[in-house]
Design a protein around this ligand. Structure first.
Ligand SMILES: Cc1ncc(COP(=O)(O)O)c(C=O)c1O
Length: 440
């Protein structure tokens, strides 16, 4: 029996509305989200079997699309063994295979892996490993940085309302400016690096240097902010000088999203630790931290463990993701097809009065919607999103103020499909902003 024979879309929404915690995202932007019953490649099919082009990818998770034959084969191969998990105390061939695959795409210094179940947990693991390795506790993060919602990860995540009610580690974390994170009038790279240098110098003098600095080479969910390479290389120089571990969070941008295996690559730096998740395992919960053995072999056995860590299904899915990205040359596809199509379709929107910023970095783009006074306009962004959804093109809302329309297609999307959908979306955005202008 198929799932839609068991429960109709109205029932799915009704049960979810009644029983789901409000902290979930389901009804955040609309009271009536689509219910998808199947997926194939870049397409999702709703309860009336209408197809939608997926330019969200499960929040940057389905990088190689839905129902990919390599993923299905990996699931079948793992299920055929009859072993879904043996816990963390026993080795697994799928885990070992994943270690080898991950090492093959990372800088050679980062040869040791700590697995976890979600992005936030990988960030937790990185923080703990850094604190253990350095014997320090303090941390540095950046304005606009997003690293997850568990207490440790939330402590390095920027954003007042999502932090304030909770006991985050306020006194241990400094948030420093990130290039462009305050909008078009934001800090330039020089100012950001000077602020970092000054703060590290102050902390050195009081003998309170941080264990780690956590940074996204490209801030994804905060609106595809992609600072010039000097920002990351400046951070690398300073963290090395002060013995602070540099953690690059690649949970959003990894596995081809930014047009490389990892977004730090274009700056030429090698961080001390890399956190990964999301697209790695194509929808199953899995994340990882990569670091040199000097860090991840320093702590004793069992110091950071969790029941489902490295479960075979998720590990084999990740192996299939990596092999597909490599085998199908998808990073090249992002460079020669996906990014140029995003650029061509969305860049002209920059000329509109109520758009301040169109940013494209690999297979992702953000378009900021402003009101008539030049302030972020989340209401209009939600309205535009609904108009685009009415044409069955699924897009995402992000950015620090929630006013960025975001386009996050599968990295293997067909260029013609993407181009056609973006042309339509761009037309709708223009139309909505022009008709909406009368109301501002
Ligand atoms: C850069 C980055 N780090 C960490 C996370 C948290 O990952 P998760 O939601 O799997 O906990 C996210 C999620 O969007 C992210 O974009």
């Amino acid at each position: 029996m198929r799932i839609h024979d068991m429960m109709r879309a109205e029932q799915v929404l009704g049960v979810t509305r009644v029983h789901e915690s409000n902290a979930a995202n389901t009804f955040r932007f609309t009271a009536d989200p689509p219910v998808f019953l199947r997926g194939d490649g870049s397409w999702l099919y709703d309860d009336r079997d209408r197809k939608w082009l997926d330019l969200v990818c499960g929040s940057a998770t389905s990088n190689i699309g839905h129902n990919h034959p390599a993923h299905i084969a990996a699931l079948r191969e793992t299920l055929a063994t009859g072993v879904l998990h043996t816990g963390t105390r026993l080795p697994s061939p799928f885990r070992a295979r994943l270690y080898e695959e991950l090492i093959s795409i990372l800088p050679e210094e980062l040869s040791c892996i700590q697995l976890a179940n979600s992005g936030a947990e990988a960030v937790e693991a990185a923080i703990k490993a850094a604190q253990y390795a350095t014997g320090r506790t303090r941390l540095i993060s950046f304005e606009g940085g997003y690293h997850g919602r568990t207490i440790g990860a939330l402590s390095v995540t920027d954003g007042g309302s999502i932090r304030e009610p909770f006991s985050v580690l306020h006194e241990l974390v400094d948030f420093l400016p990130y290039p462009g994170s305050r909008g078009t009038g934001g800090d330039d790279v020089g100012t950001c690096l000077t602020r970092l240098s000054d703060r590290l110098e102050e902390l050195r003098k009081t003998d309170d240097l941080p264990a780690a600095l956590v940074v996204e080479a490209i801030q994804g969910v905060s609106g595809v902010l992609s600072p010039p390479a000097e920002f990351l290389s400046g951070i690398r120089d300073m963290t090395r000088r002060h013995g602070v571990l540099m953690v690059c969070d690649e949970i959003w941008c990894g596995f081809g999203r930014a047009g490389a295996w990892f977004s730090f690559e274009s700056s030429g730096v090698v961080p001390d630790m890399v956190t990964m998740g999301k697209a790695m395992s194509g929808g199953l919960p899995l994340s990882a931290v990569a670091a040199p053995t000097a860090i991840l072999k320093a702590w004793p056995h069992g110091m950071h463990t969790s029941t489902f860590q490295g479960n075979p299904l998720a590990c084999n899915m990740a192996v299939a993701t990596i092999r597909t990205i490599r085998g199908d040359d998808l990073i090249a596809h992002v460079g020669h097809t996906v990014e140029p199509v995003l650029e061509r379709a969305l860049r002209p929107l920059d000329a509109l009065e109520r758009i301040r910023g169109v940013r494209v970095a690999g297979a992702q783009a953000a378009v900021d919607i402003m009101d008539g006074d030049g302030c972020p306009d989340r209401e209009t962004a939600i309205r535009v999103q609904s108009a685009v959804h009415a044409r069955r093109i699924l897009i995402y809302l992000g950015g620090r103020c929630g006013n960025s329309l975001m386009f996050v297609p599968p990295i293997n999307i067909d260029g013609a499909h993407l181009s056609e959908a973006l042309g339509e979306a761009a037309g709708l955005i223009k139309h909505e902003l022009e008709t909406g202008r009368r109301h501002v």
